[in-house]
Design a protein around this ligand. Sequence first.
Ligand SMILES: Cc1cc2nc3c(=O)[nH]c(=O)nc-3n(C[C@H](O)[C@H](O)[C@H](O)COP(=O)(O)OP(=O)(O)OC[C@H]3O[C@@H](n4cnc5c(N)ncnc54)[C@H](O)[C@@H]3O)c2cc1C
Length: 509
Amino acid sequence: MKKKNNYFDVVIIGGGVVGCAIARELSKYKVNVAVLEKEDDVGWGISCRNSGVVHAGFNNKPGTLMAQFCVEGNKSFAELCRQLDVPCKKIGKLVVAKKKEEIKGLQKLKQQGDTNGVDDLQIIDLNEVKRLEPNVSGIAALYSPKTAITSPYLLTIALAENALNNGVFFFLNTQVKNIARLNNSHFRIKTNKREFTSSYVINSAGLYADKIARMVGIKKYHLYPCRGEYHILDKNVSWLISHLVYPVPQAGSGGLGIHITPTIDGNILVGPSNEYIRKKNDLSTTSQIMKMLSAEVREFLPLISPGYIIRSYSGLRAKQAPSSEGGFWDFVIEESDTVDNFINLIGIESPGLTAAQPIAQRVVEIINKKERLNLNSSFNPFRKGILRFEEQDEETKKTLIKQDPDYGEIVCRCEKVTKKEILEAANNPLGARSLISIKYRTRAMMGRCQGGYCQTRIIEILRESFKLSPQEITLKGNNSYLLTGYRSNKENESCKKEKLSLLEEGLLV
Ligand SMILES: Cc1cc2nc3c(=O)[nH]c(=O)nc-3n(C[C@H](O)[C@H](O)[C@H](O)COP(=O)(O)OP(=O)(O)OC[C@H]3O[C@@H](n4cnc5c(N)ncnc54)[C@H](O)[C@@H]3O)c2cc1C
């Protein structure tokens, strides 16, 4: 398969965790691949707004792709993270029964897990629950030692960077507007920027995959946004739990219930809620759901207090099941039966993060069956992430500062992120340089003060190091400008005078 100008063998629409995993998987072969992503960076769709759980696979109906790929994904996850230098910890999960009637639900889950091939599931009694989680109320639990946690955004970035290093082209800020089939052999893909042609299109557009399918006349898919809202708790209460703590899932619910999830970075998440909404871009958090989350979680964890919350956010599930039905429909991963070489990924909701690699392998299998792809002998599976200064021992820290004084300057005090890490993040191979791109790569602005201290300092570093004018610095690309320019000396003088008079009048302290 060969590449000419704007022609690619394969165009992947969507740079979420699944699109990036497909890109990496395809880069193991001699294929020219482009990823088109409408946002300023990869992973800003569903992939950065989830619980970050590497599920074991007992929640999914036996015989489904969801069950098969979840179990496979869980088993290969640690190795994937090792290759890509992404954190992953097997901390285990408890599905906790609060009353006797729920114990049947635990047994059903265990049976389902056993059938799906999940290892080491165990039903534990009250004493064992208390031993594992002294602060959690419940009478019994299903214990899943193989459930793990990861960083969903670092994984997406790492998959993309590794694919890029192995020859995949990434086009950010590139929104697919229209797709036409040329002479029944090639696709012409119109975007807001330029046109692409390709032999294959992989529709991995998450919540918008139904819209992309309609561009080539495939009308049978409908995706409904189902919002999940979360609270994020401060790191200083990470001692509250050490496992993932879930309720027994309710039949027909679009989610797994309000759970308590330790994150890989030491915070705790409370959520997500489960609410079908109308708009696919409505990422609001609402006071009503926020109150409900706090109340529900207190039934498991009475020690939780509103003062521990540092932020809230929401994510949108790409549901195939309409709200009248709820529950989970299986992943659709198939070549269209009406449009050759057009591969659809529909309804990639949870456990899509866990299953990203097996999903990608299935997509490559579909292409390989038709094309007999040649292996790329120079494929390198390894990628190095940004070194976290704070995680090093004292000796290493001293050596690092000697080698590069930028390690000696802490820019984000809450998360202890150095200037060196900010610069490395801003120099990332994908070329994404907004504040949100830096935040996801380093954790700067993710701590208790939420950027109150470091945001302006990061802007200053970007301005100085990359010779950017203030107007060029954005929060998240496109038109999300933060500053309008410099103040003139005259304006500065009049501002000083205004401040002085306010101080004199005692109106400013
Ligand atoms: C609340 C919640 C909790 C979850 N928790 C977990 C969990 O703990 N564990 C787990 O395994 N899974 C979880 N999931 C599921 C998981 O997050 C998803 O399955 C996964 O992120 C889907 O990835 P994706 O690449 O398919 O979609 P996305 O990440 O949405 O990627 C699609 C990309 O396509 C881009 N795009 C859309 N339209 C266009 C266009 N026209 N042109 C160009 N680009 C376009 C978007 O910008 C986006 O970046 C959760 C999901 C939610 C919502």
